[in-house]
Design a protein around this ligand. Structure first.
Ligand code: SAM
Length: 230
């Protein structure tokens, strides 16, 4: 059975899509998408040999070799024009790594109309990348599984303007303010406050002062949103 996290990612894959799952590990997601007849064809990309071999094994065991092509490649090098990929999933990595994968071979996105990204941390950099590269947030989900909180960002082509706080917290997630969302950001505020306290003892160099200022700003910004009823 697929994790709730990957099931959420899968729920945004358009029916009939040709999908590339980059950093696929066991290829659980592409196997699920083919078995459920959501995707028409899939590519599972992996840059590390061990996970690549697990993906090959899984796809064979499920009898899906005609529908899923498993490729050993770095990021979007796993796909080319002739694949006509229309949706890409990248899950279970940090936001900065996801962005670096997207930036490494922009031409691989030419045929793509939807990106479903699941950063474990720093979703903010994905929203910044999206604004710069003409992708807009179609939806966002925040969920908790096994005591971890995950965000899923769904992007389609289009222009988008976000405020500073929407970039940090997520436009849709902020509008919804779910319990999990509040829990995540309360924890972040606690972390920032802890760092702030630890800076109290430090010599006030310009760097320390800048860091303090930045933390105070973030705490203020996010607290303001959590306490604001709409
Ligand atoms: N996507 C799966 C999931 O969400 O459960 C697996 C996540 S696993 C934590 C991250 C995987 O991404 C690892 O198997 C790693 O080898 C792979 N990976 C990291 N950087 C990559 C890159 N540049 N290209 C392809 N795969 C990459």
């Amino acid at each position: 059975k697929l994790s709730k996290r990957l099931e959420t990612v899968a729920s945004f894959v358009p029916t009939g899509a040709i999908i590339a799952d980059i950093g696929s590990d066991h290829a659980y997601l592409p196997c699920y998408l083919i078995n459920k007849k959501i995707a028409k064809k899939a590519i599972a990309g992996e840059v590390v040999k061990g996970p690549f071999e697990s993906a090959v094994r899984q796809v064979r065991e499920e009898g899906l070799i005609h529908k899923i092509s498993v490729r050993l490649a770095d990021g979007l090098e796993a796909i080319d024009e002739s694949d006509k990929v229309d949706a890409i999933t990248i899950a279970g990595m940090g936001g900065p790594l996801i962005v670096s994968i997207l930036e490494n071979k922009p031409s691989a996105l030419d045929s793509v109309t939807r990106l479903i990204l699941q950063p474990n941390i720093h979703a903010k950099v994905i929203r910044e990348w999206a604004i710069k590269n003409n992708w807009a947030l179609l939806d966002e989900v925040i969920l908790e599984e096994d005591d971890k909180i995950y965000e899923v960002l769904v992007l389609q082509r289009g222009e988008m303007e976000l405020s500073e706080v929407e970039i940090l917290l997520g436009k849709h997630l902020l509008a919804e303010k779910s319990e999990v969302f509040i829990k995540k950001w309360q924890k972040e505020i606690e972390n920032w406050e802890r760092v702030l306290t630890s800076l109290d003892g430090a010599e006030p160099t310009s760097e320390i002062l800048a860091k303090r200022g930045e933390l105070l700003h973030l705490i203020d910004l996010v607290k303001g949103e959590l306490h604001n009823e709409n």
